[in-house]
Design a protein around this ligand. Structure first.
Ligand SMILES: [Zn+2]
Length: 239
């Protein structure tokens, strides 16, 4: 009886949790589960993900940071939209609880180097040491190996590509971005950039930065724009 009651309460909690998500929200239309097989995605540099016209994947780089990542999580939760966060190892080490909160809220994570250095300026040994460090940082926080990697500045190196392949780690480039790293950018500017990028590409993997204050402030408007234009969100997971 006790077990049955617990089950009932869990079901009710599930219903209550879902009531905020409806046709008015952007939502998450479907999930693609990727294998840990070192595939390379993102039409800017590699093969496109198997997306349909009008589908987007939301990705956020460089966090997690206490100042802005919670705002990004709030905007995503308000729209019932799920995203993938490519985290910098040094930030993972500084904010492990915030990193775990990202996952608890239904998002997925990969890494984005240990210190966000330009790997093309580093020796092969330094690059591999950076990879080992960020892999260890991820493992320490999440208790499992990182499934995915995004290069800082999207600057790839043969050394790193070979090491990621060997480790079975997905390399995730992008299809479009909104160049969101200028502190003086306004919500209007970022919305206009997203409009132009969507017009140019028709959708795909969108790069944004959860550490950028204007992005965190603009995200409710950016997600609303996606909803208004009829885009649907695809969530990435790894098995
Ligand atoms: Zn970055």
């Amino acid at each position: 009886m006790k077990i049955a009651m617990t089950g009932l309460l869990l079901s009710l909690a599930g219903i209550a949790g879902a009531t905020g998500c409806g046709p008015d929200q952007l939502g998450t239309a479907r999930t693609i589960t990727l294998k840990r097989e070192a595939a390379l995605y993102g039409a800017l540099q590699h093969a496109p993900l198997p997306l349909k016209k009008g589908e987007v994947v939301l990705t956020f780089d460089d966090g997690p940071v206490p100042a802005t990542t919670p705002l990004v999580l709030k905007a995503l939760a308000d729209q019932c939209a799920q995203a993938t966060f490519f985290m910098v190892g040094s930030n993972l080490e500084k904010s492990p609880e915030l990193a775990r909160r990202v996952v608890e809220e239904g998002h997925t994570t990969g890494v984005h180097s240990q210190t966000h250095a330009n790997l093309t300026m580093m020796s092969a040994q330094e690059q591999l040491a950076d990879l080992r460090q960020v892999q260890a940082a991820y493992q320490a926080v999440f208790g499992k190996a990182t499934p995915a990697y995004r290069f800082p500045y999207l600057e790839e190196t043969p050394t790193m590509l070979a090491a990621l392949k060997e480790a079975g780690i997905t390399v995730m480039s992008i299809d479009l971005g909104i160049n969101d790293w200028l502190p003086e950018d306004t919500t209007d500017i970022l919305v206009q950039r997203l409009v132009k990028s969507l017009d140019d590409t028709g959708g795909g993997i969108i790069l944004m930065h959860d550490v950028n204050v204007p992005t965190a402030q603009a995200l409710p408007a950016l997600l609303k724009l996606l909803k208004q234009r009829g885009y649907s969100v695809v969530h990435l997971e790894w098995n």
